[in-house]
Design a protein around this ligand. Structure first.
Ligand SMILES: *[C@@H]1O[C@H](CO)[C@@H](O)[C@H](O)[C@H]1NC(C)=O
Ligand SMILES: *[C@@H]1O[C@H](CO)[C@@H](O)[C@H](O)[C@H]1NC(C)=O
Ligand SMILES: *[C@@H]1O[C@H](CO)[C@@H](O)[C@H](O)[C@H]1NC(C)=O
Ligand SMILES: CC(=O)N[C@H]1CO[C@H](CO)[C@@H](O)[C@@H]1O
Length: 911
């Protein structure tokens, strides 16, 4: 090294000597001057660099990657900077030495340094020139500010793209479009694809502007990004209003399309200076958000929801990401891959993430491991932390802790499980999330919260309109949040629908606050688990669970919510008496025959659900009378042993042991009652207790022989479910005459009529639009005198009609019906064994939105209840093959080919 450097010095000296001395002295002063120049020009360049860097960062925020030109420029500037620094340092050292030693530095070194200075100055000059160009084309003043954005995948977005493009066309008058959907669904990708499509295919806008919103500075972000893209400049001190004026001036004459990506809060466009799109300026604003409510707040005239991917597209996207068709071809790995895909539930981000994580996995063992981890501890799966972080934004953004709590609660139900909204709200009440405030109905408040969660895209509509669902990935996220992000996993033991045949060991119960083991095949439970902190225990839908150990509830002192519905239990263990904090007890669908007297200890109980417990024969008065806080008592399709003492008679005698209607009168807070009446006598007795009538929400009446007309108790104002069965003399149901505006039975949702042999018409009066306005489900069978059910044509909320075994039914809706409600909500029509039925609907009407038609044993029906014109959603038809063939022969139309038909044999589908 020394040798080389000395050689270099020698060479320099040689060169140096070849220059004349005059030149040398000039160069000496020059050097100082040049160093000064160098200092100013590098400072200048740095300033330009900082500006450009800001822009590039902004660009990156907006989802665009910096151009390679900008990248090389930035790198070159960095190199120039380093070089300059070293030159300056060297010069400083030289100066110091000169001062100290008072003698000239070697002339060769001097020359070398000078040469370096000039070379650097030159390259800085060049860099400055290049910067002008970069700023001109990428930073600004040109019209085409949006560039094509590289995007990863557009699987399954085509239909949405078409809809959006239609909206962005010149003919469309609406100016603001909001695209919403949960995090990771692909909203940004959709908008990016639109941007790219417009750029590649051409468009009629003067300028496309893309702004990626930041969560905190909505309006400020827009101004900055719009300003940068329009090449407007302002200094930091300038006020928002000033900037707004500049932006307004610049955009006023332009036809712009503004993309706002990921909006979190309402933005006042006017305040930012962006003119409001209208018919004249033909400008448009398109934005993405996770909140449906925000779409409305932002004044979106068109709201589009991005839906989860269907099975096929989900699979495609996942495979694209894995990128190894050969690996996925192995049947065992394919099965595991399909499992992983099912866990993603069509959420593109999850599919992309997991697909990427599995890209280099080739062995079955690796795939098994991945599925196990994903099933048990999804957060530990590579990349899922990112997905969860994204969802956490939505979670954190919820308005209140109450909403967050209610959201997390939904994770206690199994994957892909549609939860009845009604039940969910009941649980929330039981948990104490919803507390009564004067004059506000807590149940409706629950519905309101569900609306909020749906609007935030954290809950979805379930299979039925009365249900909600939580997306698989969102549910995993909720569980992860609920266990405090994995730190306190022991606090929740949530394993519903996991195919368990054994309950987790008692040790695992000890710490838990919440245990959900619903929908399993559990046969036995721990004998006497110690659960000092347990608040919620869900064991519903474990048909194999036939017995609960006698001492099971002994150590659960703070249990509030207990669900044993649809388990196989036949009796309630006596240790139930220890559950003194219990608010909510559900045992519907069980085979219990006796309620133990010990139930009386549950003094805080508010909700007791015993519907569909047909074996329940005995309810001791003692069990119920002490439950003074009881608000809901549901005995629909259940206990019918009501004592027959009537209201007028003397006080209930001591020896009467069984629960009677009079006992219910003492439950002052009882608001909701479900009752089963199994004889005319009981029915008559019940009529005497008119104070109970307005609390009746569920009523089942059976075997009331001698009943000719059925009067609705209290005019049925609160009635939600009515079921009448085997009343062989019944001719019709008396409709209330005093109802205001004819809106009788305003709350009824489900009507069931079975084996009413004399019923010739259902209602005593004609049904007007206002009546029965919440009826969703009509279920009629073995009513042999009925000729038609034309009245259903007035019901706007009807979703299901089930009609079978009515010997004389001729028409469903007769020809001369006027003004039907068009059955817009009807999703299922099931008609079976109706030998006389010849017509379903008058030919001018059609079931527009029907999804399922079951028709069998109706030989006289010769026409489907649809118009010939092509429908958007064609229903699946289940029917007899012979009947279908005959139908086809009679109707030469092509449209027949399009139905999805499945044939039935003995009422089951043959594939
Ligand atoms: C009934 O409810 C009211 C209001 O919630 C409450 O103040 C009252 O104590 C309750 N009655 C009983 C017997 O618990
Ligand atoms: C429908 O049936 C009722 C009796 O069930 C009958 O009174 C009415 O006339 C029928 N309507 C038509 C149009 O046939
Ligand atoms: C209608 O009633 C029958 C007989 O009780 C029952 O099997 C069926 O599930 C009911 N249908 C609906 C939609 O509730
Ligand atoms: C997984 C499983 O078998 N779950 C069962 C639990 O019990 C209910 C009620 O009997 C059944 O419907 C479920 O299939």
């Amino acid at each position: 090294m020394d040798f080389v450097s000395s050689l270099l010095v020698g060479l320099a000296q040689l060169l140096c000597e070849s220059m004349n001395t005059a030149e040398r002295s000039v160069h000496k002063t020059d050097l100082k001057q040049a160093i000064g120049d160098l200092e100013t020009s590098i400072a200048d360049l740095k300033a330009i660099r900082n500006d450009l860097k800001l822009r590039v960062q902004q660009d990156e925020l907006e989802g665009r990657s910096r151009t390679s030109r900008a990248t090389t420029w930035l790198e070159a500037v960095e190199a120039a900077e380093i070089k300059t620094d070293s030159i300056l340092a060297r010069f400083m050292r030289r100066e110091q030495r000169t001062r100290m030693r008072r003698r000239c530095f070697g002339c060769g070194a001097d020359y070398k340094l000078r040469r370096k200075v000039f070379a650097t100055l030159k390259s800085i000059g060049e860099l400055r020139e290049r910067s002008k160009e970069i700023i001109k084309t990428e930073g600004g003043s040109s019209q085409q500010t949006c560039r094509e954005i590289p995007i990863k995948s557009v699987v399954g977005l085509n239909a949405m793209m078409e809809r959006v493009c239609e909206f962005l066309s010149e003919e469309e008058e609406r100016g603001i479009i909001g695209v919403y959907g949960p995090g990771g669904i692909g909203k940004t990708t959709l908008m990016q694809s639109i941007n790219n499509e417009l750029i590649t295919k051409g468009h009629h806008y003067d300028v496309l502007i893309w702004v990626t919103m930041s969560r905190d500075f909505g309006e400020c972000t827009i101004q900055q990004a719009v300003g940068a893209q329009l090449g407007l400049s302002w200094d930091e001190k300038e006020t928002g209003e000033h900037r707004a004026m500049k932006i307004h001036r610049a955009l006023k004459q332009k036809r712009f399309l503004l993309f706002l990506d990921d909006v979190w809060e309402e933005i006042d466009l006017e305040k930012t200076g962006v003119p409001r799109p209208d018919r004249e300026n033909k400008c448009k604003v398109m934005f993405t958000t996770r909140s449906m409510a925000l779409c409305s707040n932002m004044g979106a005239e068109c709201k589009l929801r991005v839906e989860f991917l269907g099975k096929q597209n989900a699979w495609k996207l996942f495979c694209d990401r894995v990128g190894r068709e050969d690996v996925l071809e192995s049947p065992s790995i394919r099965r595991l891959a399909e499992f992983i895909v099912s866990k993603c539930g069509g959420l593109p981000l999850a599919l992309i993430t997991l697909g990427g994580a599995m890209a280099h996995r080739e062995t079955e063992e690796e795939w098994i491991h991945a599925s196990e981890v994903l099933n048990r501890f999804p957060a530990e799966m590579k990349g899922m932390d990112y997905v969860f972080a994204l969802l956490k934004f939505s979670y954190d953004n919820l308005e209140s802790d109450l909403l967050r709590t209610c959201f997390l609660y939904c994770a206690l139900f199994p994957e892909d499980h549609s939860i009845e909204i009604e039940h969910l709200v009941e649980y929330w009440l039981g948990e104490g999330f919803l507390t009564a405030s004067h004059g506000v109905n807590t149940v409706y408040k629950g519905y309101f919260l569900i609306g909020d969660l749906k609007a935030a895209c954290l809950l979805e509509t379930g299979d039925e309109r009365t249900q909600v669902k939580i997306h698989n990935v969102v549910r995993s996220f909720a569980l992860w949040m609920a266990s405090e992000q994995g730190t306190y996993k022991d606090l929740i033991l949530v394993e519903p629908s996991m195919g368990l045949s054994e309950a987790p060991r008692a040790e695992k119960w000890q710490q838990a606050l919440v245990i959900s083991l619903s929908d399993n095949k559990i046969k036995t439970l721990p004998e006497k688990p110690l659960c000092q902190n347990l608040r919620t225990l869900m064991l519903q839908r474990n048909g194999s669970l036939k017995k609960i150990p006698t001492g099971f509830f002994t150590h659960m002192p703070v249990l509030r919510v207990l669900d044993l519905s649809f388990t196989g239990i036949t009796e309630i263990p006596l240790s139930i008496k220890y559950l003194v904090e219990l608010y909510h007890l559900a045992m519907s669908g069980t085979k219990i025959s006796v309620l133990p007297e010990e139930l009386r200890n549950l003094r805080k109980l508010k909700h007791l659900d015993l519907q569909r417990t047909q074996f329940l024969q005995t309810i001791p008065r003692e069990a119920i009378c002490w439950l003074s806080k009881l608000e809901v008592l549901n005995l629909y399709y259940s206990y019918a042993g009501w004592e027959l003492q009537s209201f007028g008679e003397d006080d209930v005698e001591e020896e009467e042991e069984e629960l009677g209607f009079a006992d219910l009168l003492h439950l002052e807070n009882l608001t909701t009652l479900g009752v089963t009446l199994l004889s005319l006598e009981t029915l008559k007795t019940f009529y005497e207790f008119s104070a109970l009538h307005k609390r009746i929400q569920h009523l089942h009446v059976e075997e009331c022989n001698g009943l000719f007309y059925f009067n609705l108790p209290s005019n049925g104002r609160s009635l939600r479910r009515l079921s009448i069965k085997s009343c062989h003399d019944l001719e019709y149901i008396v409709t209330p005459t005093d109802a205001e505006n004819d809106d009788w039975l305003p709350c009824i949702e489900v009507l069931t009529l079975h084996s009413l042999h004399k019923l010739s018409r259902v209602w005593g009066d004609s049904v007007k639009k206002e009546c029965l306005r919440n009826l969703r489900c009509v279920n009629i069978s073995h009513c042999h005198k009925l000729k038609n059910v034309t009245w259903v044509s007035q019901l706007s909320k009807l979703e299901v009609i089930e009609l079978f075994n009515c010997r004389e039914l001729e028409e469903l809706v007769s020809e001369d019906v006027e003004d039907p409600a068009l059955f817009l909500g009807l999703k299922t029509l099931s008609i079976r064994d109706l030998p006389e039925l010849s017509s379903i609907l008058p030919s001018r009407f059609s079931f527009e939105n029907l999804e399922t038609l079951v028709i069998t044993g109706c030989p006289k029906v010769k026409k489907l209840p649809f118009q010939e014109r092509v429908q958007t959603n064609l229903p699946t038809v289940y029917c007899d093959e012979k009947w279908w063939d005959a139908l086809k022969k009679d109707q030469p139309t092509k449209s027949f080919l399009v139905y999805h038909v499945l044939f039935l044999i003995d009422n089951s589908v043959i594939v």
